[in-house]
Design a protein around this ligand. Structure first.
Ligand code: KG4
Ligand code: ZN
Length: 410
């Protein structure tokens, strides 16, 4: 009797280890679906990017994003299932991003995921997009069969919408906990990249343009500085107009918060005082005539004079330096055993180089996702859903899209 019980338990566990999770992501401007087996093996990872559509407006237009998600979600999910070589009925659970993100955009993925889960009779798992970014790195490490990184981990999630530092721990196989130990009080780092690229007449999104052009400039030409964010003891009920609340701190505790709006203003001031307007307008016109020019192309580099390249390189040097100081400072302060960097800005080549070299110096492991999993995708959502699947942490039918969803306490 007992044996039977054991073997059925083992069987159930075996099934769980093999479990196929269909992930769906639609929080911003990418409609994505993926099938991940056992939390580590991505059988497919399909992304329909709306980048070209939004590039015409220099940023994501929420209404257009929702419309495109509606158009794309069915074919993208179908493609993910086909590429995985499975049938929809083989899926063991449907995981979906519940927030944070654009309300209308989130709603498309969530509604479709709920309908699928209901129709298939398979559990629904709600995933925080930021947790997804962290699990992109962990999933790829498992895929490479590397020894798991020691915990706690300091995770820097840095994208167009977010700049957060989390202390991540695992309580048991199914339960991860996150403590938010730093966040931006204004713009996200990727937003600063996009805004500065726009100011300089470069293409959208700005990150890849600045990343490639910075290689041709002097990073020390313009000495940008970051002001220290004042530690602010948490006060209940105090609202900060137009600002995001800084992380909760004890009196006198060091802050690992970020602020990127100042450097954008400093770049604007530099442009004005160095009379760069005319050359910026010329570049904007040239790019409007040649929307096919890519950031790494010779034509793109030829659009910028030495002064502009120095400004770009200095901006990037300062931003990466700031991310690096805060991340390694927080890792030391909170006793992290490793660092993971994820989100769109984690694709940045200078960031990867400098984080790796600092980590080597300190003997602290650092990990990044592959370039494909740095930006938004659904494999990371299916991967983050895995521990919840194992522990049976399923979402109710009433699961709602939560645009301001937070990850962990602070
Ligand atoms: O994670 P993601 O795809 O979407 C959000 O959740 O925001 O990140 C997009 C952001 C954009 O701001 C883009 O400019 C930035 O990531 N980005 C980069 C690079 N590639 C993308 N920033 C710096 N260097 C890059 N190579
Ligand atoms: Zn993202």
């Amino acid at each position: 009797m007992r044996d039977d019980h054991d073997s059925s338990e083992r069987k159930a566990l075996g099934l769980k280890r093999e479990g196929l999770i269909l992930g769906i992501e639609s929080s911003c401007d990418e409609t994505a679906a993926a099938v991940v087996r056992g939390g580590s093996e991505a059988l497919s990872n399909v992304v329909a990017s709306q980048m070209n559509l939004h590039a015409n407006y220099g940023g994501v237009v929420p209404e257009l994003a929702s419309r495109e998600h509606l158009r794309n979600v069915v074919p993208v999910v179908r493609a993910a299932v086909e590429q995985a070589g499975i049938r929809l009925e083989d899926v063991d659970a449907v995981a979906v991003t519940e927030g944070p993100g654009l309300a209308g955009a989130l709603l498309v993925g969530l509604t479709y995921a709920k309908a699928l889960s209901f129709g298939l009779g398979k559990p629904l798992i709600g995933v925080n997009h930021l947790e997804g970014h962290i699990h992109a790195v962990l999933m790829e490490a498992r895929q490479r069969a590397e020894a798991p990184m020691e915990l706690p981990l300091l995770a820097l999630v840095v994208s167009g919408g977010h700049t957060h530092l989390y202390l991540a721990e695992q309580k048991s196989e199914g339960v991860w906990s996150y403590r938010n130990v730093g966040r931006t009080v204004d713009d996200a780092a990727g937003e600063a990249y996009d805004k500065v690229a726009k100011l300089l007449g470069l293409g959208y999104p700005g990150g890849p343009w600045i990343d490639t052009l910075a290689r041709h400039g002097n990073p020390l030409a313009v000495p940008f500085r970051f002001a220290k964010i004042k530690p602010r003891p948490h006060r209940e009920g105090v609202s900060l107009p137009n600002k995001k609340a800084p992380a909760k701190l004890e009196e006198g505790e060091e802050s690992f918060d970020f602020s990127f709006s100042g450097i954008k203003t400093a770049v604007l001031r530099y442009i004005e005082t160095h009379h760069m307007r005319e050359s910026i307008d010329a570049r904007r016109r040239a790019l409007a005539e040649h929307p096919d020019w890519r950031p790494g192309s010779d034509e793109a580099a030829a659009l910028c004079d030495a002064e502009t390249l120095d400004l770009i390189a200095s901006f990037q040097h300062a931003v990466v330096g700031n991310l690096l100081r805060q991340a390694f400072g927080a890792a030391e302060r909170y006793g992290a055993r490793g660092i993971v960097v994820s989100g769109g800005v984690a694709a940045n080549s200078e960031l990867r180089r400098r984080f790796q070299s600092e980590a080597d110096k300190r003997g602290l492991p650092v990990a990044f996702p592959s370039l494909a999993l740095s930006t938004d995708n659904a494999a990371m959502i299916a991967a983050a859903a895995w521990p919840k699947f194992v522990s049976g942490d399923f979402a109710p039918e009433t699961l709602a899209a939560t645009p301001q969803l937070r990850l962990g306490g602070s």
